[in-house]
Design a binder for this molecule. Structure first.
Ligand SMILES: [Zn+2]
Length: 159
């Protein structure tokens, strides 16, 4: 499956339309990080998610939108929108989470229930760990809110 970043000027206009306050400089910075990720690490993620879920991608390509920093959730899987944040590792982890949802959603399988959120998250954590290692994962974990900590613990219990 091909992951594409929504091109400019649409991408930045989209953020502004939704009330985003981030500067064009911040936008360019994250845009370049995402493009580098797509070039270097996307092929691994592309193979790893279907391997871990057991479901092939049901789509040829997906467009990724950067959502503004005031977006109500960390991400959405349809359309694929990830909220802007300075912490790029956390951004990637949320991206993997939403991509797992997307894989389930379009992979010709029953809709995954909200109760299965920890399952989705456990796969996202595995993908992140495989790519970037335990140390970088622990760094994200150290900054989680109390609510997030409970959720992560549930996800990590799943094998
Ligand atoms: Zn989710």
């Amino acid at each position: 499956m091909k992951l594409q970043l929504c091109p400019n000027p649409f991408a930045f206009n989209f953020i502004k339309r939704l009330g985003g306050k981030l500067s064009e400089e911040e936008f360019v910075k994250i845009k370049n990080k995402i493009l580098k990720f797509i070039e270097k690490d996307w092929p691994t993620v592309d193979k790893l998610i279907p391997k871990l879920t057991g479901i092939p991608w049901g789509e040829e390509d997906i467009v990724l939108y950067i959502a503004p920093e005031n977006f109500p959730t960390g991400g959405r899987h349809y359309p694929l929108m990830i909220r802007y944040r300075e912490d790029f590792d956390k951004f990637l982890l949320i991206l993997f989470h939403e991509l797992v949802h997307r894989n389930f959603r379009h992979g010709n399988i029953k809709w995954i229930e909200e109760t299965e959120e920890p399952k989705v998250h456990s796969i996202a954590i595995k993908v992140f760990k495989k790519l970037y290692g335990e140390k970088r994962l622990k760094k994200i974990e150290s900054k989680l809110s109390e609510k997030e900590k409970i959720f992560w613990a549930k996800a990590k219990e799943l094998k």
